[in-house]
Structures are given as C-alpha cells and as structure tokens.
Ligand binder design. Structure first.
Ligand code: NAD
Length: 270
C-alpha cells in the first residue's frame, strides 16, 4: 500500500541540528526510520545528541560545519554522500540573532551595529543559501530533492527590535519561493522547496528576551502571548507534524509554500 508519510531510510541533512528546535527534529526523524546527518558547530553537543539518538537503535551521524562556509559544506556533503550514497532532504535549521543587530527600547536605528547586522544576515540568509546550493547539486544529480527552510514570524510582519533577524528571515522566505520555481522549472517536479515559519518557541537564542531569570515572562514575552490567540508559546514538538508532512510524499504537490505554525499569531490583530 502507498504510504504517504513513510520516511524510512530517507537521508535527511539538518543544519543547526543541535539547537532546541533542531534536536527535537533530529530525534523525531530518526525515530521514524530516517538516516539523519546533523550539521552544527559544537562537536560535544553533536556527539551527545548522536549518542542519545543511537541509544534508541536508529541511525544518525554528526558533522561539524559552518553554514556560511562553502568549502566546509562541500566536504560535509561529500562525507554524507560517501556514507549513505544519496541525500534526499536538506533542512536549513541553523539561524539566530545577535544583540548588536537589534534595536532596544532605549536605543534607535542610529545605534545599529552594522557589522552585527551583516553577521545576522550572513548566518540566517547566506547560511541558508550556501547549504541549499551545495546540497541541491547532489539532488539534481539524483533527479530528486527536497529542501525545507526555517523562516520566522518576524519575516511576515516586522517585529520591533529584531531588525537584522527579521530582514534576513524575510529574505529566507523570498528565497524559498524563488528556489521552488527555479528548481521545478529547470529540473522538474521531483524538486520541492518549502519553509516552516515558526511563531514563538522558547529556545537558547531568545530565552533572555522572553523570560526573566525566575522563569516569569518579560514584558516582551507577555506582549507576544497577548498577541497569540492560543495564549502561550509553542513547544518544539509542535513543529514536527508540519515537518513530517513536508519531508514526506504527503506534500508531493507542495512547493514554494510557507507553513505557519504559531498558535494564530500571524492571523490575529485585536
Ligand atoms: N525559537 C523560536 O521561537 C524560533 C522562531 C522562528 C524561527 N526560529 C528559527 O529556528 C531555527 C532553530 O532555532 P532555535 O530556536 O532552535 O535556536 P538554537 O539557538 O537553539 O539553535 C540554533 C542552531 O543553529 C546552529 N548555528 C548557529 N550558527 C551557526 C553557524 N554559523 N553554522 C552552523 N550552525 C550554526 C547552532 O549551533 C544551533 O545548533 C533557527 O533558524 C531560528 O532562527 C526559531
């Protein structure tokens, strides 16, 4: 019988796979039979994650990377291909923010640190573009490929403060749609490019922005909750259904889409 959601033995590469959202994706995909290649910077974190995944008798490997460095990524891709013989899916999960690229309530746009803004654009945008191009080449050779980017609520409507991050994520959304057209027109319908657009999930990159040391929410955290019809932050596992759908043949006719998972944040005004 044709199983729409079967992802067994798919080789799935995920950048930023040791992060809070990434690690939850890695555990889930491996538990469903995928062979997961985790790409991130921190070897200790990576090794610990792989050990935890393998203890459940499923397959995963860790490779150290830098998502803006083409040469490193090319070596990663070669290593993954020589181990598994194919690369089915790329999830561009690496991303993050930097204080100098944000504008706090007591500062203005004239306090913007240009170098930090550039770094945030580099990580979030180029850190998606470069792996996409490197891994897409393997997919084109195999005549089949699937790329999933991680955008953000800040891409859809600008949020206060996160100037650099929002700009970069808006570009990630645009690039997702561009690549969907580019790949399908030139290489056919076996190439899909989509994005997941998470709302607000408390992770390492935003913990201090959203929570106080005692665990209560900051003013910004409370404002976000007030603008979210579900009245809460998301849990990492609440992205997994959407991820599974996009990774699998259940979304065979879906490309260039941006799947919003945000408890209603984007749909709501007052
Ligand atoms: N947490 C949220 O509310 C939220 C909302 C929308 C989008 N996102 C996006 O989801 C993705 C995962 O974020 P998270 O919240 O789990 O954050 P996180 O900080 O827990 O994880 C980020 C991951 O990216 C990796 N990374 C950072 N810079 C890198 C680089 N130069 N090269 C390679 N890897 C690098 C880190 O090592 C880490 O594994 C990011 O793209 C983030 O922008 C998060």
């Amino acid at each position: 019988m044709y199983e729409l959601f079967n992802i067994k033995d798919k080789v799935i590469v995920i950048t930023g796979g040791t992060g809070v959202l990434g690690a939850s994706m890695v555990e889930y995909l491996a538990a469903h039979g995928a062979k997961v290649a985790v790409l991130a910077r921190n070897k200790e974190k990576g090794d610990a994650l792989i050990e935890s995944v393998r203890s459940k008798d499923v397959d995963a490997i860790f490779l150290q990377t830098e998502v803006t460095d083409e040469a490193v990524l090319k070596q990663n891709a070669e290593d993954i291909f020589s181990k598994y013989g194919k690369i089915d899916v790329l999830i561009n999960g690496a991303g993050g923010n930097m204080p100098g690229a944000t504008i706090g309530p007591t500062s203005s746009i004239f306090d913007l640190k240009m170098d930090d803004f550039r770094k945030v654009v580099d990580l979030n945008l180029m850190g998606t573009v470069v792996p996409t191009v490197v891994f897409a080449e393997y997919m084109v050779n195999a005549k089949k490929g699937n790329i999933i980017n991680i955008s953000s609520a800040s891409a859809l409507r600008p949020l206060t403060r996160v100037a650099g991050y929002g700009t970069a994520k808006a570009a990630v959304t645009n690039f997702t749609k561009y690549m969907a057209g580019e790949m399908a027109i030139k290489y056919g319908e076996s190439f899909r490019v989509n994005a997941i657009c998470p709302g607000f999930f408390i992770t390492e990159q935003n913990r201090t922005l959203l929570t106080n040391p005692d665990g209560s929410y900051t003013d910004r955290g409370n404002t976000i909750i007030a603008h979210t019809p579900f009245r809460r932050f998301g849990e990492p596992e609440e992205l997994l259904g959407t991820l599974h759908y996009l990774v699998s043949d259940a979304s065979k006719f879906v490309t260039g889409s941006v799947a919003i998972v945000d408890g209603g944040f984007d749909a709501f005004s007052i």
